[in-house]
Design a protein around this ligand. Structure first.
Ligand code: PLP
Length: 382
């Protein structure tokens, strides 16, 4: 049973809400069935009339979510992975040993650490940049891959995707953007010149803290993309069909979830900007944020639902605030319907660039007034 491709002429909100609707089911299902087969029958002549051989090469359970993601990002093809890290690793493994990679200093910490280890093993040259000027300077020399994350964990620096794409291409590099935080609701990196978009689909795309998944969307189906697909099929880091099904279900509500959470995050950021117990609010939607002008240009309709608060009084005060919160739950991860708080420096550990007075907030879809009241009562205790 195949699933309907997304209809490109429809608005992204409509495509997402329709999800992956099966068209050739005898039952005319409104939601896709759970497609579990791992292997597919050959005809007597040795061919595969169903077009599938073995689900590690690509399960029919991926068709719906991959088609929808391809449309939402405006790409030529999409591929699901067993996690965001598996998706990112597939990009790195598609590079040839000796390649030069340029990546941001501020990015998802575990991926940055993995890149450093991977680069040593794969004999990659890896250079980090702190801002747009350093990125431009590093791209005066040839490179093979530029990695971006914008807004970037956990301080929400903004990188100008269009400028980075120009500079990357002039240096002979592909541009890959981890767009987990803005999601296609707010940013479409391929339209800004990126070559590949990466998602930890564990976060907003699924949105319910019950699936670990990753995704890549490419602008072109070229040799590099084929190498990525080979890494997925033969490296074997593939998503299970039930996880793909849950992801497809989560993506149907992507737009209202992300818009509600982002509106709440913006209200929280404005409320605590200038608060006596908060030394700094880090949120690209605030005009005082150093990346605000670029964010306002490349993010459409909102600035995302992630923000960080630097707590006056330092590390101990920040930990006390986290401990006192009752609506925000203390847990890692982000992008779900429930709000989460994390003392990020503790999680990142030795060598972190994260200030020790910083609390990272993943804003969910609860009532904004409850979230503000929760933060107020927690701050009142320090
Ligand atoms: N990219 C970002 C921005 C993330 O926040 C994360 C996870 O926290 C990842 C990538 C890795 O994704 P996963 O946990 O799905 O492997």
């Amino acid at each position: 049973m195949s699933q309907s491709p997304a209809v490109p002429s429809l608005a992204p909100e409509t495509q997402a809400a329709r999800g992956a609707v099966p068209v050739d089911s005898p039952y005319r299902d409104i939601v896709p069935p759970l497609h579990l087969a791992t292997t597919f029958e050959r005809a007597g002549d040795g061919s595969y009339p169903g077009g599938r051989v073995y689900s590690r090469d690509g399960s029919p359970a991926y068709d719906g979510p991959e088609a929808l993601l391809k449309e939402l990002e405006g790409g030529a093809a999409a591929a699901l992975f067993a996690s965001g890290m598996a998706a990112a690793s597939a990009v790195l493994q598609a590079l040839k040993p000796g390649a030069r990679v340029v990546a941001p200093r501020a990015m998802y910490w575990a991926l940055r650490n993995w890149m450093i280890q991977f680069a040593a093993n794969w004999q990659l040259t890896l250079d980090f940049f702190a801002d747009d000027a350093e990125l431009a300077a590093l791209l005066q020399r040839p490179a093979d891959l530029v990695w971006l994350e914008t807004p970037a964990n956990p301080t929400w620096e903004i990188t100008d995707i269009a400028a980075a794409a120009k500079a990357a291409h002039a240096a002979g590099a592909r541009l890959v953007v981890d767009s987990t935080v803005p999601t296609p609701v707010f940013t479409r990196p391929l339209e800004l010149g990126a070559d590949i978009v990466m998602h930890s689909a564990t976060k907003y795309l699924n949105g319910h803290s019950d699936v670990v998944a990753g995704a890549l969307v490419t602008r072109a189906v070229d040799d590099f993309w084929q190498r990525i697909k080979t890494v997925r099929a033969l490296g074997g880091a593939v998503l299970g069909p039930f996880e793909a099904w849950l992801l497809a279900r989560g993506m149907r509500t992507l737009f209202p979830r992300v818009r509600t959470a982002a509106a709440s995050a913006a209200a929280i950021a404005s409320h605590f900007h200038g608060h006596a117990k908060v030394s700094l609010v880090l949120y690209p939607g605030l005009p005082s944020h150093p990346g605000h002008a670029v964010a306002a240009r490349q993010m459409q309709g909102g600035f995302g639902a992630m923000l960080s608060l630097r707590i006056a009084g330092g590390e101990a005060a920040a930990k006390t605030v986290a401990a006192r919160l009752q609506v925000f739950q203390r847990a890692t991860s982000l992008g779900s319907v429930e709000s989460l708080v994390e003392h990020r420096a503790s999680v990142e550990g030795p060598g972190t660039f994260c200030p020790d007075d910083l609390l990272r907030l993943s804003v969910g879809i609860e009532a904004t007034a409850d979230l503000i009241a929760d933060l107020e009562q927690a701050l009142a205790g320090v």
